[in-house]
Design a protein around this ligand. Structure first.
Ligand code: COA
Ligand code: AMP
Length: 634
């Protein structure tokens, strides 16, 4: 079957299609129903099915002859460490850590928050939770204490797992002070905090609360996997929404396992036994799906890389890793290659490495710009595949399904719809627009297995954010257009979310922080185009009358506040004072127009604009202050 036929079959008979896919994994009990509706009116896949995700990732692989195969390669240029774990070893470590958790009273359904860098222990911890049916929630290390506190209060974990610190290029980041501050701010307190001490940074332990990882491990006995329902949650992953409160995306066990297996085979075109590398972080969905779960469920070897594309030690790191481990499929964000290209434009550093084993390079997290796509193609001589998805989906929704048949690549497009995703481009009323006309990306509900069934403890927000905007559809939050051949081109978010270096952030959340500064009357934070990171946030603020403060001092204070409240990952490094902000007569700030001015894009001001002259004022200011593309000398 070719891609078109396969795709059509998934839309014509979805239950049959996903029943067939479900047969690829080893259930303890095959589902009674493929697709059903729950008491909240939401779609649920594979009810009645019983399985265990950790069993599929480890025990099943060992039982089927992969015990000696390398499951995990840990490569850490920042600590000069390389380790490998076979499937058998990874199973032993995981079962032992599951024993640690069990000893702390962790049971099916309990939540466990994990705040750890890219070290093998984070993989043991995630899989150990899955083994017991505990719901993990990994928080990315670049988030500050306040963000961690929000997640602690929402997920109410029984246990918090952490490492003493991480390394950012050559800077040691102690984690313990961040965690202590988060626990001070949070209302909910976990029963125990387990600390993995790294050699280069020691965490101070709080007696009665903090426990040493290694000590617990040395006394633990391995724990077995438990039988879980397909609809039981595997994890919660918080992602930026359009308010200060992040959304707790829930992933269930059954749909996720099927989607992971399906995508490795049909989208990434990987083969069991091969090395698959996603250079991301376990704190993001890419890390959950394609560093931890999918490669293991599919019997591949996964790479856990603790470093950056540049400076660890230089821009040849990626080529070294691909060469050294014979990586067959590689996945990262376009920004990583823009960083490499900036340091080594002609790709000289690549010459000393043989990357001929590589089959595909997949890029996501932001649109792949054509210059980066072509640069990668010329250097690596493999298909470079942009593909689109979100934390919510857990696996690609638009891609090139290389495992079925490699489709032609259209630079600038994220590809065609993945099986099971019935995508329309519509106007604000939900009416499909014509080919090549920009509109809102809408996906027929229900979404396929693996996608979020709900938000953690917030069905009302799930419905209002995703289902209410366009009845009958899942509202993804992106704009797009589709050409005559069904290729989709993503034009960017249509809400207050921005993508900075492949990281999803909320400008509304940054605005909340900026607005809390005592000297500020009003503000807007806008994502403007950036050559390296894709987008960066810029704050525009109006000072309260009578405040006598240097603009540069306020800027520094705001940068510090955003860094301390949201985290360094927000990359909030510019804030400028303005006299006025562009608004409609009803007082709505025209952020989209501010972004268009910064990005030098054409726009038509709405007829409801309060005073059009503010746009010229803003344009002049951005040019003078060298903000965005308008501030660049051509
Ligand atoms: N813990 C603590 N701090 C972190 C962190 C972590 N896990 N991750 C990032 N940070 C900090 C960085 O140190 C930096 O701080 P600084 O302002 O003091 O320099 C800030 O957060 C921004 O980090 P980052 O976005 O990584 O920018 P960078 O300038 O350090 O590096 C790139 C730029 C392009 C090399 C880097 O962003 C990158 O490798 N991107 C790939 C993105 C990716 O994998 N995305 C996942 C989706 S596939
Ligand atoms: P996240 O949930 O962090 O994975 O971010 C999802 C968002 O990133 C999407 O809604 C898009 O806005 C953006 N995104 C991800 N992949 C792509 C891509 N290939 N092209 C354009 N935008 C993308």
């Amino acid at each position: 079957m070719n891609y078109q036929e396969y795709y059509q079959s998934s839309l014509e008979a979805p239950e049959q299609f996903w029943e067939e896919q479900a047969k690829s994994i080893d259930w303890f009990k095959f589902p009674d129903s493929i697709l059903s509706t729950d008491e909240e009116g939401l779609a649920r896949w594979y009810r009645g099915g019983q399985l265990n995700t950790c069993y599929l990732a480890l025990d099943y692989q060992v039982n089927n002859g992969r015990g000696a195969q390398t499951a995990l390669i840990y490569d850490s240029p920042v600590t000069n460490t390389k380790e490998t774990y076979s499937y058998q070893e990874l199973l032993e470590e995981t079962a032992l850590f599951a024993g640690v958790l069990q000893g702390l009273g962790v049971e099916k359904g309990d939540r466990v928050i994990i705040y750890m860098p890219m070290i093998p222990q984070v993989v043991f911890a995630m899989l150990a939770c899955a083994r017991l049916g505990a719901v993990h929630s990994v928080v990315f290390g670049g988030f500050a204490a306040h963000e961690l506190a929000i997640r602690i209060d929402d997920a109410t974990p029984k246990v918090l797992l952490m490492a003493s610190g991480g390394i950012e290029v050559n800077k040691i980041i102690p984690y313990k002070p961040i965690i202590d501050a988060a626990l001070e701010e949070a209302t909910h307190q976990p029963q125990a905090c387990v600390v993995y001490q790294r050699a280069f940074v020691k965490a101070d332990m709080q007696v009665g609360r903090d426990l040493d990882w290694e000590q617990l491990r040395s006394k633990a006995s391995p724990a077995n996997y438990v039988k879980l329902e397909a609809t039981d949650p595997l994890y919660i992953l918080y992602t930026s929404g359009t308010t200060g409160q992040p959304k707790g995306i829930v992933r269930d066990n059954g749909g996720h396992a099927v989607a992971m297996h399906f995508s490795m085979k049909n989208i990434y075109g990987a083969l069991p036994g091969e090395v698959y590398w996603a250079a991301s972080d376990v704190g993001w969905v890419v890390g959950h799906s394609y560093i931890v779960y999918a490669p293991l469920i599919y019997g591949c070897t996964t790479v856990l890389f603790e470093g950056k594309p540049i400076k660890t030690p230089d821009a040849s790191t990626f080529w070294r890793v691909i060469n050294e481990y014979d990586v067959k499929v590689f996945f990262t964000a376009p920004t990583a290659f823009r960083a490499i290209k900036k340091e080594d434009p002609s790709g000289q550093l690549k010459k000393q490495y043989d990357t001929s084993g590589l089959r595909y390079l997949f890029l996501a997290g932001e649109r792949t710009d054509i210059a980066t796509l072509e640069w990668c193609e010329q250097l690596l001589k493999v298909p470079v595949i942009d593909h689109w998805w979100q934390t919510e989906s857990g696996f690609p929704m638009i891609a090139n399904m290389t495992g079925i048949d490699l489709q032609k690549i259209k630079p600038g497009s994220a590809g065609q719809a993945v099986c099971g995703f019935d995508i329309d481009i519509v106007d604000e009323k939900g009416q499909p627009v014509t080919a090549n006309e920009e509109g809102i990306l809408a996906i027929k509900y229900p979404l396929p297995p693996g996608c979020l069934p709900n938000l953690w403890n917030d069905t009302a927000r799930f419905k209002s954010s995703y289902l209410a905007p366009l009845p009958g559809y899942y509202f993804a939050g992106d704009g797009a257009y589709v050409d005559e051949e069904g290729y989709l081109f993503i034009t960017g978010r249509i809400d207050d979310i921005i993508n900075v270096a492949g990281h999803r952030l909320s400008t509304a959340e940054m605005e909340e922080v900026v607005a809390s500064h005592p000297a500020i009357a009003e503000c807007a934070v806008v994502g403007v185009a950036d050559d390296l990171k894709g987008q960066i946030p810029v704050g525009f603020f109006i000072m309260k009358s009578g405040v006598m403060c240097e603009e540069s001092n306020i800027e520094q204070e705001l940068i510090k506040m955003v860094r301390e409240t949201i985290g360094p990952v927000a990359a909030f490094k510019r804030a400028v004072s303005v006299e006025r902000l562009p608004k409609t007569r009803s007082g709505k700030i025209l952020r989209k127009i501010m972004r268009a001015i910064a990005d030098k894009q054409t726009f038509s001001p709405p007829s409801t604009i309060e005073d059009i002259s503010v746009l010229t004022e803003l344009e002049r200011l951005m040019r003078n202050k060298k903000i965005g593309r308008i501030g660049k000398i051509d």
